[in-house]
Write a protein that binds this ligand. Structure first.
Ligand SMILES: C[S@@+](CC[C@H](N)C(=O)[O-])C[C@H]1O[C@@H](n2cnc3c(N)ncnc32)[C@H](O)[C@@H]1O
Length: 420
């Protein structure tokens, strides 16, 4: 289904077809071992950064309750490995997904993981409320995504957070062309149909809108990924304005992007455009919408959201105003996957900061000598007030705010909530 069309199948028909599809073609493909993943997340700084990315205002804890909705073959088991003291619940309507996850649970002795074969729309039947709800790559396959989102909201604690990933339309233009191609000529979702489709993809003409997806997603070499993208019976995508509307319909509020720099008019090429001043005068969601249109190749949106009755409005993702000295009590924590490069620097730079999870090449941040001094003082313990001692406060505030937008740091702001 093209993103501009409304679903035409009846709800129950769609649910049955999507369920049957994932029974047959589980995606991502099943895996045997989580040993490497366990090693990666053994780093306490990685876990702490992850906690404060979602919950800057709440003290670090290792035992949250987490729901993985539409958990696929391994996502719930990954979370159980990542947070051994957490209580993780995985739900999926595909028996194949639940079976694959059960196998990982037994192989790795994951006593902190509960699994249920249950549709997202019926999450309320769990009779539980969660600190975190994770639902990635699922809601855009539902016949009624708003009903699914509302069901997930009903199991989120008032001060909990949700991590959602939904498809984005413009970068997926090529996928929707190929979906339509398959539909019109009746490519079957069978082993042979998929194998032939993979052969055809090799002959796509240069400049085809699918080209950048094939380049950036090595996954497309696997039949399961091709089937998931091109033969899925139900698939829609959300532009930034549509995503904000979707969140509002689900009773949620935008918190932050999981990765912020690609959306920020302050980062990379966007800040250098002749139109930068004009974009900066827009309301923030409009700024994000403009950046999505200019970048043109986003294939998904990963967003952190909270309930629209969250006790603080939203968790305190921003540092706050420089004049309000509260920002000085925040503790900056470096994000994993960031690097500080000190070779082949542009003129005037003491270093260049890169987040290796960014796919846009313009997202490279040069910093000067004073900024490098501040950056080097970040140890995950000192507060910004301690780090910035002797440096003009406005300069330090703006620099760390920039590091937040550039996905270099998150902030532990829990000392601002002494009652917790
Ligand atoms: C693309 S996979 C994503 C899996 C996982 N969330 C991840 O990110 O790796 C989509 C999963 O959602 C499940 N799913 C789709 N619609 C669902 C629904 N209405 N209720 C429960 N699970 C659903 C499918 O069975 C499949 O396992």
């Amino acid at each position: 289904m093209s993103y501009s069309e409304e679903p035409s199948l009846s709800s129950s028909g769609t649910i049955d077809r999507v369920q049957a599809f994932y029974e047959r073609y589980p995606y991502p493909g099943p895996i045997d071992s989580l040993d490497q993943y366990r090693q990666l997340w053994a780093d306490p700084q990685r876990r702490r950064a992850d906690h404060h990315l979602f919950q800057p205002g709440l003290p670090y804890r290792e035992d949250p309750s987490i729901l993985i909705a539409g958990c696929g073959t391994s996502q719930a088991a990954r979370h159980a490995v990542r947070w051994p003291a957490a209580r993780v619940t995985g739900i999926d309507f595909s028996a194949t997904s639940v079976r694959c996850t059960e196998a990982l649970k037994h192989r790795h002795g994951l006593d902190n993981l509960q699994l249920h074969q249950l549709p997202v729309e019926r999450a309320g039947e769990l009779g539980m409320q969660f600190d975190q709800v994770v639902c990635t790559g699922v809601l855009h396959h539902l016949a009624d995504p708003v009903a699914g989102l509302q069901a997930l909201r009903s199991v989120l604690k008032p001060d909990g957070v949700m991590h959602l990933m939904v498809y984005a339309p413009y970068g997926r233009t090529g996928i929707y062309l190929l979906q339509d191609f398959c539909r019109r000529i009746g490519v079957p979702a069978t082993e042979a149909g998929i194998a032939d489709l993979m052969i055809a993809l090799k002959s796509l003409p240069p400049g085809h809108p699918l080209e950048h997806v094939l380049r950036q997603a090595p996954d497309f070499k696997h039949a399961a990924a091709v089937a998931d993208a091109l033969l899925n019976p139900q698939d829609r995508a959300y532009s930034v304005p549509q995503l904000f509307e979707f969140l509002a319909q689900g009773g949620l509020r935008f918190g932050r992007w999981l990765s912020q720099a690609p959306y920020s008019p302050r980062c990379g090429v966007m800040a250098t455009l002749p139109q930068a001043g004009r974009i900066a005068r827009l309301a923030v969601p409009e700024q994000f919408a403009a950046v999505e249109l200019f970048r043109g190749t986003m294939v998904m949106h990963s967003v952190v959201a909270c309930r629209d009755d969250h006790p603080d409005g939203t968790p305190p993702y921003d540092l706050g105003e420089h004049a309000d000295h509260a920002w000085r009590a925040s503790v900056p924590i470096r994000l994993p996957d960031t690097i500080c490069v000190q070779e082949r620097l542009p003129p005037g730079a003491a270093a260049v900061l890169i987040n290796r999870t960014h796919s846009y090449r313009d997202l490279v941040l040069p910093i000067d000598a004073v900024e490098k001094y501040l950056f080097d003082r970040v140890d995950g313990i000192r507060t910004l007030g301690e780090i910035a001692d002797g440096v003009p406060p406005a300069m330090a505030h703006d620099f760390f705010e920039r590091l937040g937008w550039w996905d270099q740091m998150v902030f532990d702001r829990s000392s601002l909530h002494p009652g917790l």
